[in-house]
Design a protein around this ligand. Structure first.
Ligand SMILES: NC(=O)c1ccc[n+]([C@@H]2O[C@H](COP(=O)([O-])OP(=O)(O)OC[C@H]3O[C@@H](n4cnc5c(N)ncnc54)[C@H](O)[C@@H]3O)[C@@H](O)[C@H]2O)c1
Length: 345
């Protein structure tokens, strides 16, 4: 099986830059393209800061630090994309933009290259229908922050070859990720369950419960989320959450919707951490302590459990895989099926 060493990333925003850092860590050669030189500069800075920590702790020598950064090629052009093993598209979550970017890459890169999208939930088969070589195209859904979160949802389109899936699974293991193969359905697996959980949290808020109380209740030891749903949504970006909810609404009708609260925040450009305001205002003192409020937590977790059961019934993945994915992607100590069993849900 071929070893993937040369990777292209299109889109150097939040996710593109994170994926680049993570790949450099494993000594992969990374070409990263964006339409903005400022964004490329920020991505480079992010990688420098990331590896500087290792240098300061003595975990990298000066020479190793410099060599890591030499592996990163920021560019505004596609010239360096011709001979890569894998190209990951990480532009904004918009099907027209993604399709046009992928069509462009499809014709210019080597026919041997694997083409992946980091979409949070758009249809892989639909995007593939615009490509000349759909058999080498798939979803590789990394989670934020990709330097830390180990899950990758590997999404097989109708035409994706088995050989491509095997090569990507082996690559994921090479970069110490936990790959989970999921069906090509709206929102895939993890975001679908997380959005069900977030919608219930927003309902609690719209009924008058304080955001911080809701967040802290979810950090309870019996659930063990590292951050509450509102903090998580702010750090992912409320625009990304909004688009994901729209995809889920289109895919599953009334079960999903964009709540007024999120609609208003996005319209006011309050997108979370990246705009310094979302559900919370930033900078904010990080307080990830828990509050004893198991009633709220149980109510919110029940929504996640229901969605997880639907995913299992629809064959998106089996329950063991679903629990593993929720632990690896969101840090649940008690993932949905374990929580359901312990709490008689
Ligand atoms: N934010 C998250 O937590 C998260 C998590 C998992 C997956 N994703 C997915 O990753 C993708 C990127 O999300 P993001 O949060 O990094 O968005 P972002 O807005 O931070 O970055 C998108 C980048 O794409 C660039 N871009 C736009 N058109 C381009 C083009 N033609 N060529 C090259 N670059 C172009 C933009 O300039 C921008 O820098 C989306 O599909 C999103 O759903 C996001």
């Amino acid at each position: 099986m071929r070893k993937i060493n040369k990777v292209g990333i299109v889109g150097a925003g939040l996710m593109g830059a994170e994926i680049a850092c993570m790949l450099l860590f494993f000594n992969k050669y990374v070409v990263i393209k964006d339409v903005s030189s400022q964004i490329l500069e920020n991505a480079l800075e992010k990688c420098k800061t990331f590896f500087l920590r290792y240098l300061k702790k003595g975990k990298l020598t000066e020479e190793e630090y410099k060599n890591k950064l030499k592996l990163l090629i920021p560019t505004l052009e596609y010239d360096d994309f011709i001979n890569l093993d894998l190209i990951i598209e990480a532009v904004n979550e918009n099907i027209e933009l993604k399709t046009s970017v992928l069509k462009e890459i499809d014709v210019l890169c080597s026919k041997e290259a694997i083409l992946a999208t980091n979409t949070s939930g758009l249809s892989i088969s639909q995007i593939a229908s615009f490509l000349s070589y759909p058999q080498r195209f798939l979803g590789m859904h990394f989670f934020y922050p990709a330097t830390i979160m180990r899950l990758v949802e590997v999404v097989k389109g109708r035409q994706t070859e088995e050989k491509i899936i095997s090569e990507v699974l082996s690559f994921c293991k090479d970069i110490r990720k936990i790959p989970v193969v999921v069906k090509d359905t709206p929102g895939f697996l993890v975001n679908r369950i997380l959005c069900a959980l977030l919608l219930e949290a927003v309902k609690c808020y719209e009924e008058g419960i304080d955001i911080e109380i809701i967040d802290k209740s979810m950090i309870h030891q019996d659930i063990g989320l590292p951050v509450g749903p509102f903090s998580l949504a702010d750090s992912l970006g409320l625009d990304v959450v909004y688009y994901t909810l729209q995809v889920l609404t289109k895919g599953y009708n009334k079960r999903f919707y964009v709540p007024d609260t999120i609609f208003k925040l996005v319209n006011q450009n309050k997108l979370g951490l990246k705009t310094n305001e979302g559900f919370y205002k930033y900078p904010k003192n990080i307080d990830n302590s828990s509050t004893e409020n198991l009633d709220i937590a149980k109510r919110i977790m029940t929504a996640a459990v229901m969605e997880a059961r639907d995913c299992e019934n629809e064959g998106i993945a089996d329950r063991k895989t679903i629990d593993l994915a929720m632990m690896a992607a969101a840090g649940f100590k008690k993932p949905p099926f374990v929580f359901a069993q312990e709490n008689g849900i």
